[in-house]
Design a protein around this ligand. Structure first.
Ligand SMILES: [Zn+2]
Ligand SMILES: [Zn+2]
Length: 761
């Protein structure tokens, strides 16, 4: 009897066995999707393997086969199975990461188009475009119903006049592109069309917001000598075909992207594919535009704004090999690229590469792994390498390539540390805008240059304190202070998104004495608007920003329509804004005070990255870091752009304290509605771990149970165990014992294993 072992999308680690009806034998192969009867339902699973065997009792027959050819190619299937094992994750949930999106999840309703049938690309989607008619009579002049375009134009006012001027300057574009700036524009556009000043017409929509503008092909730039040697090393490794890992360590503005583009050209020349992982694709429109400019439609851009249908179309093109380059955030790791030859992880230090729910995988670590299995080259790029990647380079497991100078030979910005203990407030009276920062902003504005101010707290006031009893107003479901958002006139919990009208009364003592405390980006924006009335101030943070709005804010900055940009770490990402000459870090201490062994590393990376936004054009940049800890090594070394010394120091600390990357760690998280139940469950798992030989002999250290630093989230109490070991193998056997014990926990308790944890809060 032919049997298939199938991964089903259920939270169980094992696979399920089904018998294969004769009629399906040809289609039931490893990697194919099949319809499986499961209890009273039917589920779509992925075949892991097929074997001959005696029919075990109670085994049911498969109900159908979905694919003509396997949805998951063999190499990807093997990689996913190993990933599931490494992270102690249910194999069915891991498979889901790599499957094309299904709009319907139950098999009964499933009308899944065949993956290899080209009839399922994008449907007809046309959008309205606006284009100015020419005033000199050349094309595309098409006079409107009222004939001569000039007669009505003089009478135009306000929005319509501004739109006309913009369309004349910026060229043809979708009407929708005008909306972020002018709001409802359809009426004005119709008026302009009626006057014959513009033409409105339906055009076929590009499938994707990143494809909204036709890519202009660009020619490769002349590389600098260090870019050349990096490119040569990568090209040689690609030619070898044996696989290698590189750490591309280049200062901010050193032209890492050009190295990526050349490396992709080199794998494409050998007819192999590439995957490029970027931290948050919505923040990287410029990077995507450069890939599109070099490779045109040979690039599939995978991002969250795609509809399921568009995502499916992209997935299919990759699966059949029509497109061989994929770019996207961490989940692009699972793109079914054919003949994978290159994996690039840009800004590899970024914490967003770790998935923090469901399957808790780290896309950077797994990129190295997937590349290794495919004998492909992996390139990790950063100006501030993670300790993990630095450790790989220092132990010879990654080859370091350096880009020590900026590509256009601009100097790195001058960084000054402002000691807030000794420096008073500027004219605004707000101590967060010190006199030196105030003067520096004035100077930049006077010179018509742009300013970025970085503050890692969104909202208006990060907390509300009761003046009567001293209590801070906190979320009812989380042990987190409520943040006041002035624009929305609400208080919000940044952990569970609880929202309520502004509180007036203290929940503890009942006094009407709540005072706003601290400063968030909203308040900073208000303060700056009042202090510099001539300046145009804009804000970039999670409250402003869904994908399209981020792009609109950045476009305004690039178009010099903004003088001061205020924002959270979103402003620190790799934007290239040549007119920014001043960067101010309003409070460098917030990032340092987080209870996490990576706090110094994160603060350092953030400071270097945000400082790197200054002086990328022709005028040298200047950076002011405000702090109450001017002697903290992370601040001193960031001010000196001294990445190597920071890494030396931090690695020595980690070695001393036995923290990753010098040791292996895992976090066991437990939560429950009842505090005592959560604690007891965590104790039970801790006991299971401590019963292991590896722990008794000291090869694995178990800490806990301990309450998480944020003890309660979404009305659940959180406890955890931290496990550390010098070697991976003993740690894995202890985790296996914990996994075993997890099965017998009380109902309502959630427990998960996080291998190589990143987020410790
Ligand atoms: Zn009170
Ligand atoms: Zn909350």
């Amino acid at each position: 009897m032919l049997l298939a072992d199938v991964a089903l999308p259920v939270p169980v680690r094992r696979a399920f066995t089904y018998s294969v009806p004769d009629a399906m034998v040809a289609r039931v192969v490893a990697g194919a999707r099949v319809v499986c009867p499961f209890q009273a339902r039917r589920l779509i699973g992925v075949v892991l393997s097929v074997r001959d065997g005696a029919l075990p009792k109670g085994v049911r027959a498969l109900a159908g086969a979905v694919d003509e050819e396997p949805a998951v190619p063999e190499d990807l299937l093997a990689f996913l199975r190993d990933l599931a094992t490494y992270y102690f994750a249910p194999v069915g949930e891991v498979m889901r990461l790599a499957l094309p999106p299904l709009e319907r999840t139950t098999a009964r309703e499933l009308v899944e188009p065949n993956l290899f049938d080209d009839a399922h690309g994008l449907g007809d989607r046309s959008v309205q475009w606006i284009e100015a008619t020419s005033t000199d009579g050349s094309s595309p002049a098409r006079p409107g119903p009222q004939g001569d375009p000039a007669s009505g134009e003089a009478a135009l006012r306000g929005q319509a006049a501004a739109i006309l001027a913009h369309v004349r300057a910026a060229g043809a574009q979708p009407v929708a592109k005008l909306e972020p700036r002018w709001g409802a524009v359809r009426a004005a556009a119709k008026r302009l069309a009626a006057l014959g000043l513009v033409v409105l017409e339906k055009r076929q929509a590009p499938s994707d917001p990143f494809f909204a503008e036709p890519a202009v092909r660009d020619a490769p730039h002349e590389p600098t000598p260090s870019q050349t040697s990096a490119i040569e090393a990568i090209e040689t490794a690609i030619g070898d075909g044996r696989g290698a890992t590189f750490l591309l360590h280049g200062v901010t503005g050193s032209g890492k992207t050009e190295v990526y583009l050349r490396a992709i050209a080199a794998v494409r020349a050998r007819d192999r594919g590439a995957i490029v992982l970027v931290p948050e694709i919505a923040l990287t429109p410029q990077l995507v535009a450069r890939f599109r400019a070099r490779f045109g439609d040979e690039v599939a851009v995978l991002h969250s704004a795609l509809t399921a249908r568009e995502r499916f179309a992209m997935w299919r093109k990759l699966r059949v090999g029509e497109v061989q380059v994929a770019i996207g955030a961490r989940s692009a790791l699972f793109a079914p690229v054919r003949a994978l030859g290159l994996l690039i992880v840009d800004e590899e230090h970024d914490a967003s590469f770790k998935q923090e729910e469901g399957v808790r995988y780290h896309a950077r670590d797994m990129a190295i792994w997937r590349a290794h299995r495919a004998s492909a080259v992996c390139v990790l790029g950063s100006a501030t390498p993670s300790l993990e990647s630095e450790h790989l380079a220092r132990t010879g497991r990654a080859i370091r390539l350096r880009l020590p100078e900026r590509a256009r030979a601009q100097p790195l910005p001058r960084v000054e540390v402002v000691d807030l203990k000794r420096t008073g407030a500027g004219p605004t009276g707000d101590p967060r805008i010190s006199m030196p920062l105030h003067r520096a902003i004035e100077d930049a504005l006077r010179a018509h240059e742009q300013v970025i101010l970085f503050l890692n707290r969104r909202g208006f006031a990060p907390s509300l304190r009761c003046e009567a009893c001293g209590e801070i107003a906190s979320c009812g479901a989380c042990s987190v202070a409520l943040t006041f958002h002035k624009r929305a006139a609400v208080v919000r919990c940044h952990y569970c998104d609880y929202e309520a009208p502004l509180l007036l009364r203290c929940a503890v003592c009942g006094a009407e004495a709540l005072m706003l405390e601290g400063i968030g980006t909203e308040k900073l924006e208000d303060t700056l608007t009042a202090a510099f009335p001539q300046a145009r101030v804009a804000r970039l943070d999670r409250d402003v920003a869904s994908g399209k709005k981020i792009e609109a804010v950045l476009a305004r900055v690039r178009a010099r329509e903004v003088d001061i940009l205020v924002g959270t770490q979103m402003v620190a990402k790799g934007h290239d804004l040549p007119s920014v000459t001043l960067v101010g870090v309003v409070n460098a201490d917030a990032a340092l005070s987080i209870p996490d062994f990576r706090a110094a590393e994160r603060a350092f990376q953030l400071l270097v990255q945000v400082a790197g936004r200054a002086g990328r054009g022709d005028v040298p940049g200047r950076v002011l870091i405000q702090t109450y800890n001017p002697r903290h090594p992370a601040i001193v070394l960031a001010a000196g752009h001294d990445v190597d010394s920071f890494l030396d120091r931090e690695l020595a600390d980690r070695r001393e304290l036995e923290y990753p990357p010098l040791t292996r760690a895992a976090l066991v998280r437990v939560d429950a509605v009842d505090e005592a139940v959560a604690r007891a469950a965590c104790t039970e798992l801790g006991d299971a771990a401590r019963a292991c030989e590896e722990v008794r002999r000291g090869g694995v250290v178990v800490q806990g149970p301990a309450p998480a630093p944020i003890a309660r989230v979404r009305a659940r109490w959180r406890f955890r165990l931290m496990l550390r070991a010098m070697e991976r193998t003993p740690l894995r056997s202890v985790l296996a014992a914990v996994e075993q014990a997890r099965g017998s926990l009380a109902r309502g308790v959630r427990a998960s294993i996080d291998v190589d944890p990143v987020q410790l809060l």
